[in-house]
Design a protein around this ligand. Structure first.
Ligand SMILES: [Zn+2]
Ligand SMILES: [Zn+2]
Length: 414
């Protein structure tokens, strides 16, 4: 089997996680070889998974890693503001809250090599360690036990802030996003695999070429959810989900990647489009539902929209006709032929049936779309060359129709 990264025929295929596990990813593919999988885990996934923002995100969202541990984004040593001798660390306590713990600070006052005083400052939680620390200093300095006069223990509440410095990577993490987009595209559009750019991307991933990745991951900084704007009506961007959208754009094949509210990026995968808009593939990774699935635009619309309601626009030639017809077409029991089916016959004024049905007329009608709150309304205006009539089931009366309105209510987001 061909590995989609090294493009060699390999038989050690692995379980590749398109979206890393530690981010709550549930999308698996099985056409990456063992070697490429582990190499990418180290060089491609890691800048994304170990990104400072990812650690902060996993901390805030309480997403556990493989070992069941939520990362501590504040790990490392912090210095107290204005007092660089005092070092602190920030821990996550049992309740998942952050807690500042001071490292023991030792101050020795010496005079001509003779220790005059020892000051030991520890965090209140570490009070039990004072004697041990003292013992160590005493032994190291060779101070006789008898010379020690233990002083008072003081309690101090520190109010100063603790500061630290983070380095935030703005380049390397993009290769992790490029990998997601590339694997999603290869898995969804088989022809994409042999595209010139697809070949280049697989090399970039194989060699962990961070600069090269930047050339493809070029829409948005990686932190701009606005790029998902065109899909806000259908995708529930506030939910705990990751979204992948593979869609044609002016400049070629575009993959939008949104990892919950962490990273959002647009990746231009190819100069070729490969898809029509309706073939757009949407990947939905539900973190809480522990699932991944793919949808196309028609599936998305069917899932999000309620049933189609249709009604005709009637045309009355004069007031007399209106007075006669309006009560019937507006009455709750009114039905025209084909009312409950998609096949609605149309008639001429003289009662002769047209050789086509109403929905076939729609193709040559002028369509007007509008949105009214959650309703998507389309009005198809029939050509004026001929007169079209529908027949009432109850009375057998014929009524002239000039347009058909189809409306659907949006009932949910995906
Ligand atoms: Zn490989
Ligand atoms: Zn797996």
């Amino acid at each position: 089997m061909l590995c989609i990264i090294c493009r060699k025929d390999k038989d050690d295929m692995s379980d590749e996680h398109v979206i890393p596990d530690s981010l709550g990813g549930y999308y698996h593919i099985f056409n990456v070889c063992e070697t490429c999988n582990s190499k990418m885990g180290e060089k491609v996934d890691s800048p994304l998974v170990n990104h400072k923002l990812t650690e902060l995100y996993r901390f805030a969202q309480e997403i556990e890693g493989k070992k069941g541990i939520v990362p501590n984004p504040f790990s490392g040593i912090f210095l107290e503001e204005g007092n660089p001798d005092v070092k602190a660390r920030v821990d996550i306590n049992k309740e998942g809250k952050l807690e500042v713990l001071y490292h023991p600070a030792i101050k020795l006052t010496e005079d001509a090599g003779v220790v005059q005083s020892i000051e030991i400052a520890v965090d209140s939680k570490d009070e039990g360690r004072i004697d041990g620390i003292l013992q160590k200093i005493v032994t190291r300095k060779g101070i006789p036990e008898s010379a020690i006069i233990k002083g008072e223990r003081r309690r101090e509440i520190r109010t100063g802030g603790v500061g630290g410095r983070w380095e935030i990577d703005i380049l390397k993490f993009k290769i992790g996003l490029l990998k997601i987009a590339y694997e999603f595209a290869v898995d969804s559009i088989p022809e994409f695999f042999s595209d010139v750019d697809a070949i280049k991307i697989s090399e970039i991933l194989k060699n962990a070429n961070y600069e090269g990745a930047k050339e493809y991951a070029k829409i948005g900084s990686g932190l701009q959810p606005e790029i998902f704007e065109p899909f806000v009506n259908y995708l529930d961007l506030s939910s705990r989900k990751h979204y992948l959208v593979l869609t044609p754009a002016k400049f070629g094949l575009l993959c939008l990647v949104k990892l919950h509210n962490l990273f959002s990026i647009g990746i231009v995968l190819s100069k070729r489009k490969f898809l029509d808009f309706t073939e757009t593939v949407i990947g939905v990774n539900d973190i809480d539902g522990r699932s991944f699935r793919k949808l196309r635009i028609p599936d998305l619309i069917n899932e999000c929209m309620g049933p189609v309601h249709t009604r005709f626009c009637y045309y009355f030639h004069d007031e007399h006709e209106r007075a006669k017809g309006e009560p019937e077409v507006n009455s709750p029991g009114y039905r025209y032929e084909g009312n409950d089916k998609a096949e609605i016959p149309l008639y001429k004024k003289n009662g002769e049936r047209y050789p086509f049905l109403a929905h076939q007329l729609l193709e040559r009608s002028v369509c007007q779309s509008r949105k009214d709150e959650n309703w998507q309304i389309e009005v198809f205006w029939f050509d004026e060359i001929q007169e079209y009539y529908v027949k009432s089931v109850g009375s057998g009366n014929m009524y002239r129709v000039i347009a058909l309105e189809m409306s659907r209510e949006q009932i949910r987001k995906v």
